[in-house]
Design a binder for this molecule. Structure first.
Ligand code: SAM
Length: 282
């Protein structure tokens, strides 16, 4: 019954025209209107019947429709007040499975709003997306409150998230994403899929939490990678010299201080961070 009411909704183009949702650059608005593509994105987290999804930036509601169509309950936060009326119509058609928060995702306590075990899905502007991604990856509690992340990024950013050591794309984002989670590129999305089309290609990133290595605090990994990749062309001996305990930790783990940041594996960063923690505790 509810699914049928969702199917009876007018096409997204009509919703956008009726509510005057001309895309605003300042809000990073590039809308997705292709139902098949949106359903494909909604399948990335796995079966959603009875699951909760926290969606950031639903806009006119294309991805929201697909998530609701897959049987999810959705809590969505949107900053553009023009989108609230069409999202209200969608909430009505969903039979109470969509709750919309009018606000800025950077200021929302999403854990309290969505609840433990929610999946996160979003097609977000680049700057907001990266800030939230880092926030979700650096929660102190692990496993985190969220079950999976399904996020649209510029393809170049997606490649940085899954990058392997030794590549130009490998950096802080790769280590933060890979030290206790498994990120993968689900598929790439051609720029022509968006209205209006952005300048670059995009990709959907899927992340599931993995077991956290013991004896390593998030803040240590964060400060270590910030120092190492902050001067990525320099030898570690130079880039880590301002970070208390880091050079001793390198010596303890047998890592040559003449190496550069991009040559260390994620496991080596974890080992150095663990040695730093050990020295602090001693
Ligand atoms: N999800 C829709 C889609 O796929 O067609 C819209 C995607 S559009 C790229 C990004 C959406 O995020 C816009 O609706 C924009 O208003 C919203 N947005 C931008 N910054 C936001 C923020 N800080 N908090 C919440 N929503 C935001």
């Amino acid at each position: 019954m509810t699914v049928n009411r969702l199917r009876d909704l007018p096409p997204l183009r009509e919703v956008i025209a009726r509510h005057g949702l001309s895309a605003q650059k300042a809000l990073g608005q590039n809308f997705l209107l292709d139902g098949q593509l949106l359903d494909r994105i909604a399948r990335v987290p796995g079966p959603l019947a009875g699951e909760t999804v926290y969606e950031v930036g639903p806009g006119p509601g294309g991805l929201t429709r697909a998530l609701l169509g897959a049987g999810a309950r959705v809590v969505a936060v949107e900053r553009d007040p023009r989108c609230l009326a069409p999202l209200g119509e969608l909430a009505e058609a969903s039979g109470g499975r969509l709750r919309v928060i009018d606000g800025d995702a950077l200021a929302v306590d999403e854990r309290a709003e969505a609840g433990e075990g929610a999946h996160i899905a979003a097609n977000l502007p680049y700057n907001v997306g990266t800030a939230l991604f880092v926030r979700w990856l650096t929660t102190v509690d692990w496993p985190p409150w969220w079950r999976s992340l399904t996020l649209m990024f510029q393809k170049e950013v997606a490649e940085r998230i899954v990058a392997k050591p030794g590549s130009a794309a490998y950096g802080r984002l790769a280590v933060l994403a890979q030290w206790r989670a498994r990120p993968s590129i689900a598929f790439t999305v051609h720029r022509s899929a968006f209205v209006p089309p952005p300048k670059v290609m995009s990709a959907i990133i899927h992340v599931v939490p993995a077991e956290a290595p013991e004896g390593v605090a998030v803040r240590t990994i964060e400060s270590l990678t910030a120092a190492a990749f902050g001067q990525r062309r320099k030898m570690l001996r130079q880039s880590l010299k301002g970070l208390p305990g880091a050079l001793d930790a390198l010596a303890q783990t047998g890592i040559d201080p003449e190496r550069r940041a991009e040559t260390l594996s994620v496991e080596e960063y974890v080992a150095v961070a663990r040695a730093m923690e050990g020295r602090r505790a001693a």
